[in-house]
Structures are given as structure tokens and as C-alpha cells.
Ligand binder design. Structure first.
Ligand code: AQP
Length: 328
């Protein structure tokens, strides 16, 4: 059995990009592997969060993990701040990270842009904390979307660097990207990735959007003016994005969908895509609403935190021994 770890930030409403790029992979893995899925709220505060929103989004993400079909009996679901080992190891991983390599991370560059004098230091040290998240569980595989590739490569480098310096403590994790859907694009600027923290609400589909919003957002999605339904990421990024989402939700090949819609209008494709999105999200939303305010959700997170603490503390002990931080 392999150890699997992945986390999602409660930094907004979970998008269809998060779902297709990351969460759907979790579902397949829970059947065979030893899975840890985390709500990384300490990562979320690397950019300012309203405290009430952060609390609500944390609970909401926990409920969504279960609503999409993750079984708390099979996987460990927990909140990052409930397991103190994450920040403890995060600090140690910072001490072996180089400022230059952290400054090269594209996520840092993207999120720091425009902040100049007030770039939070936590944005820069996000990757060593992420490395800690992963390494605490002796993770073999990290299922994530395409945008996290660079962070996982850095995690591997840091784990290797630590092992070389202090002895073999960490498993070196592999990345697992979805074969299709690793990067779902913004509905409004289809050359940019769909993001939950995008201030333009029209740019993303949230898993909790109403039927009317889903229909409206898809209808208004940016396309082009040549009216040909064809997958061509370079020249037709908007239509290609809609086709990718269609293909993932319908479980059908792109070519099949292109053939079916040849000669049809963009409006027809958008209408059918909205139906597909709704039929995927309706049962998830129903389960979500039954769970989000329940005490059952707290029980799930309490049990998850207990299991996660056990595993994480065992690794942290080894690390502290190796580094010389333990007194005995
Ligand atoms: N557009 C996307 N397509 C495919 N996968 C995606 N992921 C995110 N956006 C897409 C994957 O979702 C997981 C959760 O990521 P995260 O919350 O840790 O942060 P992120 O990657 O920065 O995601 P967002 O939605 O863009 O959040 P914000 O706006 O807060 O930065 C990861 O596995 C990611 O690859």
C-alpha cells in the first residue's frame, strides 16, 4: 500500500478546476492506498483572509471532501492547524531551503506581483511548509494539478537534501498528475488557470454555485468568433477549455465530442455542458448541505486529526533526533 498525501487551501470556494485536477484523483486512490487529505488552512493565511470566511471555507472544504465521495473510514481527512507537526517540520525545512530557489517559484512570483513592499514572508516560505505537509506522512505519491509540479519537484529536492545531510529519514515522493484536466482554465481569460481566489466570480465555476449561476457563467464563457468546435489549445483556448471539461465530466474522448458537435453552434455546446456540470454537482451539493453544519463533520475531523497526529509525530520525532533538536 502506498502513502498518499494531498492538500487544498480553504482560500475561497472550491472550483471545478480543484475538483477535476485534484479531488477526482483522490476518489480513485482511496480504494487501494493509504490516503491523507488535508485542508491546508495555514497555507491559506499566506495571503490575507477574513477570519470568519477562513473558518467557513475550512468547514466547507471538509464537507466537500466527503460530499464528493471520500469515505472517512477509508481516508484520513484533517485540518492542517490541528496537527502542530506541520509548522514544526515546516520551520526545519525552511532552514535547509535557499532563498534563491524559493524566489524562483512561479506561484511566488505570480502571487507577489503588484505587492512590492508588502510581500508576506509566508508567501516565500510556502514551499518548505508544503514539503513538511507531504514528508510527515512518508508520502509515496502526491496527486495534484499541473500548477503544483514545481512545488513537488522542490519538495523532492529538499527531502533529498535533508536525507543527504542527516541520514535517510524521508521517503522521496512522486507526483501524480491527471492524464487530462491537469489545468482547467479561467472561463473569462482562458489562457490563465481557473483559480478560487480570482476576484472575478465569472471566471470560475464553484462546486457550490447555483443552477442559475452555472448556466450563466458557462453561457458567458469567453470563446472566439470562428464558430468551429475544435480542440486547439493555442488558437482556440476558450473552446478547448470547454471541450476538456466536457470530456472529463462525460468520460468521453475529445475526438468523439468534436465529431458530435461538428457544424453545431457554441451555444449548443455550452447548453449541453451546463447540463453535464449540473448533473455532476447536484448530488454533491445535496450531500454537502446535509453535512456542513452537522456534528458528524466535527467528529470526522477530530478522528482525522488524531490519526494524522500519530503518524506525523512519529516522523517529527525521527527528524528532531536526526537534526539534534531532541534533548535525549
Ligand atoms: N485550474 C486548475 N486545474 C486543475 N487543477 C487545479 N488545481 C488548482 N487549480 C486548478 C489543483 O487543486 C489543488 C488545490 O490547490 P490549492 O488550493 O492548494 O492551491 P492552488 O493550486 O493555488 O489552487 P487555486 O484554486 O488557484 O487556489 P488559490 O486561488 O487560492 O491560489 C492542487 O492540487 C492544484 O494543483
Amino acid at each position: 500500500m502506498k502513502n498518499i498525501f494531498s492538500g487544498i487551501q480553504p482560500s475561497g470556494m472550491i472550483t471545478l478546476g480543484n475538483y477535476l485536477g485534484a479531488m477526482k484523483q483522490f476518489l480513485a486512490l482511496q480504494e487501494q492506498e493509504n490516503c491523507f487529505f488535508c485542508i491546508v488552512n495555514q497555507h491559506a493565511i499566506t495571503l490575507p483572509q477574513d477570519p470568519a470566511d477562513l473558518r467557513r471555507n475550512t468547514r466547507s472544504l471538509a464537507a466537500l471532501y466527503v460530499a464528493i465521495g471520500l469515505d472517512p473510514e477509508k481516508v484520513v481527512l484533517f485540518v492542517q492547524s490541528d496537527v502542530a507537526a506541520h509548522v514544526k517540520l515546516g520551520w526545519i525545512m525552511q532552514t535547509i531551503s535557499y532563498v534563491g530557489e524559493l524566489e524562483r517559484m512561479t506561484q511566488f512570483k505570480d502571487k507577489a506581483r503588484g505587492r512590492e513592499e508588502s510581500i508576506p514572508a509566508g508567501l516565500l516560505t510556502y514551499p518548505p511548509l508544503m514539503a513538511a505537509d507531504i514528508l510527515l506522512y512518508q508520502t509515496d505519491v502526491v496527486p495534484v494539478g499541473d500548477d503544483q509540479k514545481q512545488h513537488i519537484e522542490l519538495t523532492r529536492d529538499l527531502a533529498q537534501r535533508f536525507n543527504n545531510r542527516f541520514g535517510e529519514v524521508f521517503t522521496i515522493p512522486d507526483i501524480q498528475l491527471p492524464s487530462v484536466g491537469g489545468r482547467i482554465m479561467s472561463l473569462q481569460e482562458p489562457t490563465k488557470k481557473m483559480s478560487k481566489s480570482d476576484p472575478n466570480q465569472q471566471s470560475f465555476l464553484s462546486l457550490l454555485d447555483s443552477e442559475a449561476d452555472i448556466v450563466k457563467k458557462i453561457k458567458r464563457a469567453q470563446t472566439d468568433s470562428d464558430n468551429a468546435i475544435r480542440f486547439d489549445k493555442e488558437n482556440k483556448p476558450g473552446i478547448s477549455n470547454l471541450l476538456s471539461i466536457y470530456s472529463l465530466l462525460a468520460g468521453r474522448k475529445l475526438e468523439e465530442i468534436e465529431a458530435e458537435y461538428s457544424g453545431k453552434t457554441y451555444g449548443a455546446l455550452k447548453g449541453d455542458l451546463a447540463e453535464l456540470v449540473l448533473s455532476e454537482l447536484k448530488p454533491i451539493q445535496e450531500r454537502y448541505h446535509n453535512l456542513v453544519e452537522s456534528s458528524q463533520l466535527d467528529d470526522i475531523l477530530d478522528a482525522g486529526a488524531a490519526k494524522a497526529n500519530e503518524v506525523a509525530n512519529a516522523t517529527l520525532d525521527k527528524v528532531e533526533q536526526a537534526v539534534g533538536l531532541s534533548r535525549k
